[in-house]
Design a protein around this ligand. Sequence first.
Ligand code: UDP
Length: 331
Amino acid sequence: MAERKRILITGAAGFLGSHLCDRFIKEDYHVFAMDNLITGRLKNIEQYFPLENFEFYHHDVSKFIHIPGKLDYILHFASPASPIDYLKIPIQTLKVGSLGIHNCLGLAKAKNATLMIASTSEVYGDPEIHPQTEEYWGHVNPIGPRGVYDEAKRFQEAMTMAYHNYHKIDTRIVRIFNTYGPRMRLNDGRALPAFIGQALRGEDITVFGDGSQTRSFCYVDDLVEGIFRLLHSDYVKPVNLGNPDEISIKEFAEEIIELTGTDQKIVFKDLPINDPQQRQPDITLAKKLLDWEPKVSRSEGLKRTYDFFKSLTPEELNEKDHYNFDKYIVK
Ligand code: UDP
């Protein structure tokens, strides 16, 4: 029997991280799952704890990391990833994107592993070109509320390319556009869980600004497929992954109301500072390179996501504080 490939996934207990665990366990990899559990949830991955090819490391990747034995791949997906999160925990956001990637790259060098970083459409900021191609350098306010996230991710890309060029590390950069699916945190402030949570609790749907700003939402299974293909390609420059199907946030709120069959009202709130006006990935490169494009329509993806949220307990549905500092972090 061929030896199992060994992969470290940081941020493994988070939304994307846990879906990556699903995929690599399914592919029969040995998965080292690392998370400091500030925003990640053990519930997302606890089904794998009995497996011999799954190991959980409760650890902050901003501190020195050690994995025994050989390692083939590293996926650095640890990071707060919603505007509310990085407003509330800005220093952790900066550290995981800077100190965290430095540790991962050091490990990749020591183990001769291929490393992929989760970058983001936020590197494009409030874009002046539409849709966004990988060549676009972005329009980012470094000291705005999103700056801690955007600049951490931009630094992470720079650091990754520097290790690739200088140390010849094999690297991948995926620029992830808005992605949704089961296991998103209900209270992370993102539009989709916010709207579904409000509908399930019988509250008004809060649309920020006039709702004319656009986003393009990709179902998580499609994203994971793209990540899997990119990891196994040999392309080192950034690749956009996302669903180009663009919609205004107001229309999106209306879709959620229709989906949930509730008759919630939409109420309009102030638009957060530096909230991008439009966002749509140009995925020409991913199509050509990886023969990849999203397959799950928004109506199908939303249905699957709604089924997940409906299965939450009343306590989970009404949970307000979503950081696990006190429970898990030794101060
Ligand atoms: N948004 C909204 N109501 C909410 C939460 C978000 O109207 O309760 C808006 C937000 O201002 C943004 C869009 O929905 O324009 C998408 O927000 P999300 O946080 O999901 O993603 P991001 O802004 O990072 O793309």
